[in-house]
Structure formats: C-alpha cells, structure tokens
Design a binder for this molecule. Structure first.
Ligand code: GDP
Length: 364
C-alpha cells in the first residue's frame, strides 16, 4: 500500500513485488489503497484490512508485505486481522541484505541495521508470529525470517544495545583492513563479472540468459553454496563467474544506507561490472547516476563497465537511441526476447581479463 499518486504507487508496488521475488517469495496478488493519511490503527483502515484478509484466504498467502514503514502497533493490529505474517518494506529489504551479505563487514552492518529496526518492534514480535504464522515462521522459511532468530529476538533491549555497540566497534576496526583489501584486490583466479543495477531492472532475468541451462545443472552444487553466483563461459570457452548483486531500491530508508553499501562492496572485487538499466523506466538516466554515485563510494567506478540497456522490447526507441549516444559501452538487450544477448556475451568476453596462458597462446 501507499499513500502516493496512482502511477507512482504502481511503480513502487512493482518494485516491491520484484523485491519479494528476490527474497525468494512468490507474489500472489497486490492491491493499492489510496488514502491521504494512513489509518493510525491498522495502516489501511478496517474495511480494506478485511478485504485483504479475504485475499489472503483466497490465495493461500502466508505473508503480507506493505509498501511503507509500519508502526510496530500497526503491524501487530494488521496481523491480528489477516492472521498471517505482515512485514513492511524495510523488513523485506533487510531480509534481502541478509541474503546478500558475504563479507564480515557486510554481515555486521546488516545485523546492526536489523537490530536497530527490531529494537522499537520488540514487544509482540515473537509472540504474534509464533501464534499466527506458527510452524512456518519457526521453521525459518519465507521472507522476514532470516537474520537474528527467535532467541535473539527475546534478548532484552539492553542486551541488544550492547550487541549493537559491539558491532559498531567491530565495524570501525574493520575499516583499515578494507583499505588493505582494496590494494590487494583483483587477484581472482577465475574472472568475475558482477551484475549491478536497480531492483526490477531485470538483473536475474539477464543472469539466466547469460548462463544457459546446461551450465546451471552442472553447477547445481556450486549454486547451493551461493545462490547469487553462477558460472558462465565466453564464446571461446573461457570460464567466469557471474554474480547477482543486491539491487538498488527507490528511496532506500536512511537507516539501511550503510548496510546497503557494505553489502554491495563485493562489486569492487569483481573484474567487470554489467550495469543493468531498465530502458522502459521513466527516468533511466537518474537511475544510472544514482548507481554511479554509489559505485564511486565503494571505489568501483574505475572497473570496466558495460551498460546493458534492458527491456528494449518495452522501451521508447528514441530514449534508447539517446542513451546509446550519451554513454560509452552500451549494449541494447532484452532479457525477455533475447535481443542483444549474444552481443552482450561478446562484450563481456572482450572485457574480462584473460588468464596468462591464453595470452601465451596468442602471442607468437
Ligand atoms: P531484478 O530485480 O533486477 O533481478 O529483475 P528481474 O529479473 O526479477 O525482472 C523484473 C521484472 O522485469 C520481471 O517482471 C521480468 O519479467 C521483467 N523483465 C526482465 N527483463 C525484461 C525485458 O527484457 N523486457 C520486459 N518487457 N520485461 C523484462
């Protein structure tokens, strides 16, 4: 739900659906509630809440995701009506960060943000979840269940604050080693390509296009170790890894900015960035700028970058042409129709560093 204008609300809801899918959920239905002011008790008002309850019952949904930040009491009141787990946008995003955080610092930053988010919501969280979502929540499945578990939720506020202080100290102590890491980076034995861009730009669709089915099956074990990394091959047979990175989101809650950056930091360790842009979006240039700002922050702006202008099938050809003219290294693609995918594979192949022995073969 959202309180904004209709088209804005639809865009935001589309992004929310993509976020929920990223978190591993299947999106069953969506409704938009337009109100100037959210209802103080249940956020959406009692009539709409009952309508939602019917949708939940009809679809068999086990979670409701609300596209704005809920007050702790609103979330609880809504759970009481719909009888399934209710999470808000921030909770969903934190869950995705928890999935993506790999480095020690990334994990610490995400835990810190999770605790910060949890602190005011402490009362009733564990209690209402175990009562209503029952086994599902306790089983650790579904969105909103990753990260600090039930036992941590039961810690009293003081212990949480102590943990947060400890995490902050640890994060501060990690800064120097991050510098060192930066100096030593790009020692990948296998070339690595990171796919970055906004949520809903089509990153995972492209990832699927770039790694064909055969490779996926062959690397099933690899995939379970880290679901965001896949193996791919250049047309001339050089293997490389392709990793899906945590997506940018519109209006990221400020309390999540640090966690987002540290989770994205792995991008700086890759050899090539494929920056996926939704060419059918109303402001693709604004999105490119926002991505570049963050890449600059994490020292990844000097890496070879290929801009994959995706959703060419749905985009205005004039916009596509203009963007082709303003940016270097643009490949126009459609993960949906397959347009431009071979060219993208070729460009990646040209951009990745070649292992020395290959160079030896080429140099007479
Ligand atoms: P991600 O959040 O960046 O990983 O984006 P997804 O790969 O999940 O795609 C987001 C949405 O855009 C999905 O509904 C896709 O079906 C859709 N999509 C992805 N690529 C294309 C494309 O080339 N053309 C069109 N029309 N839609 C696409």
């Amino acid at each position: 739900w959202t309180t904004g204008p209709a088209s804005e609300a639809e865009n935001s809801l589309r992004e929310l659906a993509a976020l929920a899918e990223t978190a591993g959920s299947e999106v069953l239905d969506g409704i938009i509630q337009r109100r100037t002011n959210p209802d103080p008790a249940t956020y959406l008002g009692s009539g709409k809440a009952l309508e939602l309850k019917d949708i939940v019952a009809a679809t068999g949904a086990d979670t409701v995701v609300v596209d704005e930040e809920l007050a702790p009491s609103q979330r609880r009141a809504l759970e009481d009506v719909v009888k399934v787990k209710v999470i808000d946008r921030t909770g969903l995003i934190l869950d995705i960060f928890a999935q993506h955080a790999k480095s020690k610092e990334g994990k610490a930053q995400v835990e810190l943000a999770q605790l910060e988010y949890m602190l005011p919501r402490l009362r009733g969280w564990g209690e209402s979840l175990s009562r209503q979502a029952g086994g599902r929540a306790a089983g650790g499945e579904g969105i909103g269940s990753r990260g600090p578990g039930e036992t941590k939720i039961e810690m009293d506020r003081r212990r949480i604050r102590a943990r947060m202080a400890k995490l902050r100290r640890e994060i501060a102590a990690m800064k120097p080693s991050r510098e060192a890491k930066r100096l030593n980076r790009r020692r990948n034995s296998v070339p690595s390509v990171a796919i970055a861009g906004y949520t809903n730009a089509g990153k995972s669709s492209l990832l699927n296009r770039l790694t064909d089915a055969g490779v996926l099956v062959e690397n099933a074990l690899f995939a379970t170790l880290d679901p965001t990394v896949r193996k791919a091959e250049t047309p001339d047979g050089i293997g490389y890894t392709l990793s899906d990175t945590v997506g940018f989101v519109r209006s990221l809650p400020t309390q999540l900015v640090e966690a987002f950056r540290s989770t994205l930091e792995e991008v700086a360790d890759s050899d090539v960035i494929v920056h996926v842009v939704d060419a059918s979006h109303p402001d693709p240039e604004g999105q490119i700028r926002a991505v570049h700002e963050v890449l600059a922050d994490i020292d990844a702006l000097d890496l070879p970058e290929i801009i994959a202008l995706n959703k060419a099938d749905a985009a205005d050809p004039f916009v596509v042409q203009r963007m082709r003219n303003t940016h270097r290294d643009v490949v126009v693609v459609s993960a949906r129709t397959g347009e431009g995918i071979d060219e993208l594979k070729q460009r990646i192949s040209e951009a990745i560093p070649r292992p020395d022995h290959v160079l030896d073969l080429l140099v007479p």
